[in-house]
Write a protein of this length. Structure first.
Length: 93
C-alpha cells in the first residue's frame, strides 16, 4: 500500500461534508434536520480550534496566508472540533 500526503480543499471539503452528514444523522434520530448550517456554526465558535501558527506558503516564496490568532481564512472560524460539534447538536431541541 502506497501512502501519499495530500492537502487543500480537495481533501477538506469531502471530510467536512462527511462531518456534516454525521451531525445531521444525530438530528435525524430526533426527527429533525440541521437545516441551514451557518447559524449553528457561527453561534458556536467554541466548537472550533483557532489555528495560530503556520502558513500556506507551499512554494516557499513568501506568498500565502499567515495564521493569526482570532481569524482563519474562508470561514473565520478555525478547524472544527467534531466532538464539541456533536455535543452541541445532541443538546439542540
Amino acid at each position: 500500500m502506497e501512502v501519499n500526503m495530500v492537502s487543500g480543499t480537495s481533501c477538506s471539503a469531502p471530510a467536512f461534508s462527511g462531518f456534516v452528514t454525521l451531525l445531521n444523522n444525530i438530528r435525524l434520530a430526533k426527527g429533525k434536520t440541521l437545516g441551514f448550517l451557518n447559524p449553528l456554526l457561527y453561534s458556536h465558535p467554541e466548537a472550533f480550534e483557532d489555528i495560530t501558527e503556520g502558513d500556506n506558503d507551499v512554494n516557499g516564496d513568501g506568498y500565502g496566508w499567515q495564521c493569526t490568532p482570532g481569524w482563519d481564512p474562508v470561514t473565520g472560524l478555525g478547524t472544527p472540533n467534531m466532538g464539541r460539534l456533536m455535543e452541541i447538536v445532541k443538546a439542540m431541541e
